[in-house]
Design a protein around this ligand. Structure first.
Ligand code: FES
Ligand SMILES: [Fe+2]
Length: 380
């Protein structure tokens, strides 16, 4: 059985994607443009893989909560009075109104429609005027619970109750970034962008440094040469792009993350846990790209800037945080221009697949993983 079962994608096109990196091609345009493909991704990828919903420090106290939609499912993330952070369905068990909005601190979540009230673990504790409802037992009513794990300070959720645990899938990646102590980072600024592209356009752009030579010719290329970038070996659903400093003999400059080796303090690193949990780190902190696909050609991106907690009390910290946010914004504006170009081209009727550069190994890795998940015959 071949992989031609993907709607709108020819078997020959998929064979070219499956080729070894040295002779591999990009995904065909339909993989980005087709709503049918997006529906398949939703069913087979987004509703089955782990998603970073928040940072633990956003839910520091019992009663702290955050309400967010994930692939059409309203979710309520709560730090319970029992000390545990958990995600649950944010849909009332009465007549389906979402219960909470935004973020804040509460011991009781009261539905705005008929005032059914839930506690911090999702247990129904009050349902006014229900006395005549035969056999109705509030004690048996609890909001459906969502799989939740904390990894390096990220609160990860998975809509699939049967999903394999997250941490064992990323052991190699966790070890690679151990010195950066991601769990000790705190989010200090967040930038939000709504963009008219497929999510894979964003991930591909994030995971190769080849485009430094043109898109970032005045910003990244002088300090992280495209030609020196390399993709580390992987043994799981993730990729790491290492961008060495163009001046490896320079003494490491002052940096905020303590305990790094010199090369770690000098270089830039980008990572993706498939499909789209992306972050970059350097000697000063973390840039977490949180992606919310909203259709084949739409997404919302939040770029969260994190710094070591130890930096929060430093003199000039606010200026440092503003500076990091300004750099992230500037670089992303350059990437927006590139991704806009790609999106325009992908929508053109004469566009086909393109050849990958050996520098684009992480894109190739994502493509193999994507086909494994999407095709009826994994690995075919
Ligand atoms: S829908 Fe929530 S109380 Fe009626
Ligand atoms: Fe870029």
């Amino acid at each position: 059985m071949s992989e031609h079962l993907l709607p709108g994608l020819a078997a020959e096109e998929l064979r070219r994607v499956r080729a070894p990196l040295e002779s591999a091609w990009t995904l065909p345009p339909a993989a980005y443009l087709s709503e049918d493909i997006h529906d398949l991704e939703t069913e087979r990828i987004f509703r089955k893989t782990w998603f970073p919903l928040a940072r633990l420090e956003q839910l520091a106290q019992p009663g702290d909560f955050l309400a967010l939609d994930l692939m059409g499912q309203p979710l309520l993330l709560v730090h319970g009075v029992d000390g545990q952070v958990r995600a649950m369905s944010n849909v009332c068990l009465h007549r389906a109104a979402p219960i909470a909005e935004g973020s804040g601190h509460r011991r009781l979540f009261t539905c705005p429609y008929h005032a059914w009230a839930y506690d911090t673990v999702g247990q129904l504790v009050a349902a006014p005027l229900m006395e005549g409802a035969e056999g109705f037992d509030p004690a048996a009513c609890r909001l459906p619970q969502i799989r939740t794990e904390v990894w390096e300070g990220f609160v990860m959720v998975n809509l699939d109750q049967n999903a394999a645990s997250f941490a064992p899938q990323v052991v190699g990646l966790t070890r690679y970034f151990a010195n950066f102590r991601l769990s000790d980072m705190a989010i200090v600024r967040t930038l939000t962008f709504d963009s008219a592209w497929n999510w894979k356009v964003l991930v591909e752009n994030f995971m190769e440094a080849y485009h430094h030579i043109a898109t970032h010719s005045q910003t990244f290329e002088p300090i992280y040469h495209a030609r020196d970038s390399r993709v580390e070996d992987t043994d799981g659903p993730w990729a790491i792009l290492h961008m060495p400093s163009s001046d490896p003999d320079a003494p490491p400059r002052e940096h905020l993350v303590r305990g790094l080796e010199d090369w770690q303090a000098r270089d830039l690193f980008a990572a993706v846990v498939f499909p789209h949990f992306m972050f970059a780190v350097n000697g000063d902190g973390l840039f977490w790209y949180q992606v919310f696909p909203e259709g084949a050609g739409r997404l919302t991106l939040r770029i969260h800037i994190g710094m070591p907690r130890t930096a929060l009390d430093l003199e000039g910290f606010e200026e440092m945080a503003d500076g990091a946010a300004a750099v992230a914004d500037h670089i992303h504006q350059e990437d927006i221009a590139a991704n806009d170009l790609v999106w325009r081209g992908l929508n053109a009727p004469m566009t086909g697949q393109g050849r990958l550069s050996p520098l684009e190994r992480a894109i190739w890795q994502l493509n193999q993983w994507w086909l494994d998940r999407l095709c009826d015959q994994p690995g075919a």
